[in-house]
Design a protein around this ligand. Structure first.
Ligand SMILES: [Zn+2]
Length: 226
């Protein structure tokens, strides 16, 4: 077996954390259900040598090193809420190395961490950043997650506008159910967390019972791969 090393500095790296498979449906922004949900603090590893942070530091591009050595990166440890620090560091590396999609995932995870620490204003601010990174996406799953992110940030007007934009594009039954659910919550000024299963049509009317798994693509499939 080849030795695993940090992509930023070349120091020896640990194996990345593998979250347990979720058994409960995810939230509408695709935060996975338990038992994966509460393992969030373990999702980002930090290289003990250079301080670079990512779910898998061995996958970081070499350009991450300069980011990890920058003043801005170091300042995060005094400016960011402690529970969000790993995610904020990872997000800054993604930003500086040009990966906007991963940057958004990192910031959304920071929002979840802030929420778990009952720092709701911070969580809200982070969601505003995520929504801005996902602005204009034509990917349906990201678009639906963005709708949830906007609502949960309390940006109800923007959320309603985005719901209309998504509806006008024409969506399948599943997406239409989710958009309708979100619009109801927007109307009642609800910024709470909801499970994706609560927005789905009754199983007798829908072949999409496995949506939780199907939607666990891309980033998530890497996190939960056995
Ligand atoms: Zn390193």
């Amino acid at each position: 077996m080849t030795e695993r090393v940090c992509g930023a500095c070349g120091a020896e790296a640990r194996n990345p954390f593998r979250a347990p498979q979720p058994e409960i449906a995810p939230d509408m922004d695709m935060r996975p259900g338990e038992p994966a949900r509460s393992t969030l603090p373990d999702w980002v590893q930090v290289c003990p040598n250079c301080g670079a942070a990512a779910p898998d530091v061995s996958a970081l591009p070499a350009a991450s090193r300069a980011v990890a050595e920058s003043d801005e990166y170091r300042m995060l440890s005094t400016s960011a809420l402690e529970e969000t620090l790993g995610f904020r560091r990872w997000a800054l590396i993604c930003e500086r190395t040009g990966d906007r999609l991963l940057q958004a995932e990192a910031l959304l995870q920071a929002a979840w961490a802030a929420e778990d620490a009952a720092a709701m204003t911070e969580a809200s601010r982070l969601r505003v950043d995520v929504a801005s990174l996902w602005d204009g996406t034509t990917d349906v799953e990201l678009g639906l997650r963005r709708l949830d992110v906007l609502r949960r940030a309390g940006l109800f007007e923007a959320a309603e506008g985005w719901a209309v934009t998504m509806s006008e594009r024409g969506q399948d039954e599943l997406a239409r159910s989710i958009i309708a659910f979100q619009r109801k919550k927007i109307t009642s000024r609800d910024i709470g967390r909801h499970l994706i299963s609560s927005a789905l049509p009754p199983p007798s009317h829908s072949p999409h019972v496995s949506h939780g798994q199907r939607a666990t693509t891309g980033f998530w499939s890497r996190l939960f791969r056995k």
